[in-house]
Design a protein around this ligand. Structure first.
Ligand code: SAH
Length: 220
């Protein structure tokens, strides 16, 4: 192993220790964080920041989410829908998609900013985590590939995304941060027959989900 790779590997172990201290305990999730080379989702000059527990700019006013946030959302999903097909809204850097791929899900990921979509698609196909990327407004979902056992929305939604809820498989669940700009409550919505069950968790900060069933772009 090259020297730089060894250092990144140690940094990943430290990141996982930090996640454990914050209460992330799911072994599958922690193993995925050890496996995915987070620094590759950063621009070269920023790779040194990749293992700090913070969000980081990826261009176009967007951010790669903080490791704790990715781990928290992933744990909510893994504990409720441990396998199957997962739709991610907000590919961004591609890191969350790669974590889901490393967990063995068939991952479908949508991004509305073309340049980010192209960059992530290239990287994800090189790394081979089994992620299919699509450019477009994710608030409308991905009809051709529905239904999904899980949906993870990685941008802040103004309310419950109805089109996405309709694309959940029976007992499938969606992890989605909901609320006004700057503070969103992590929410799990699970489809049970004709009903939806909700669970509410802590507040987080996300960039806005912009689209037909999201925020209006002109507001930002
Ligand atoms: N999951 C990403 C986080 C990126 S931040 C990662 O691991 O890096 C959220 C992303 O959601 C941004 O890239 C933003 O452009 C995207 N986004 C916002 N609204 C969207 C929409 N309606 N459809 C698809 N992507 C959207």
């Amino acid at each position: 192993m090259k020297e730089a790779e060894k250092i990144y590997c140690l940094k990943r172990q430290e990141m996982v220790e930090t996640l454990k201290r914050y209460g992330i305990a799911n072994r599958r999730v922690l193993d995925a964080f050890l496996e995915v080379p987070r620094h590759l989702f950063f621009e070269r000059e920023a790779m040194g920041c990749a293992y700090n527990d913070g969000a980081y700019p990826i261009g176009f006013g967007q951010t790669i989410s903080q490791p704790y946030t990715v781990a928290f959302m992933t744990t909510l999903l893994v504990e409720r829908s441990p396998s199957g097909r997962v739709l991610e809204i907000g590919t961004g850097s591609g890191y969350q998609a790669a974590i889901l791929g490393a967990l063995g899900y068939s991952v479908f990921s949508m991004e509305r900013i073309f340049e980010l979509h192209e960059r992530a698609k290239k990287l994800l196909s090189k790394l081979g985590f089994g992620v299919t990327c699509r450019f477009g407004d994710g608030t409308l979902g991905w009809i051709d590939e529905a239904p999904f056992d899980g949906i993870v929305v990685t941008a802040g939604a103004p309310g419950e995304p109805e089109s996405l809820m309709c694309q959940l498989a029976e007992r499938g669940c969606m992890v989605v941060p909901i609320g006004r700009n700057g503070s969103q409550q992590m929410t799990v919505i699970r489809k049970e027959g004709n009903d939806f069950k909700r669970e509410l968790f802590d507040y987080f900060t996300f960039v806005p989900l912009v689209g037909r069933e999201g925020w209006d772009e002109t507001v930002f």
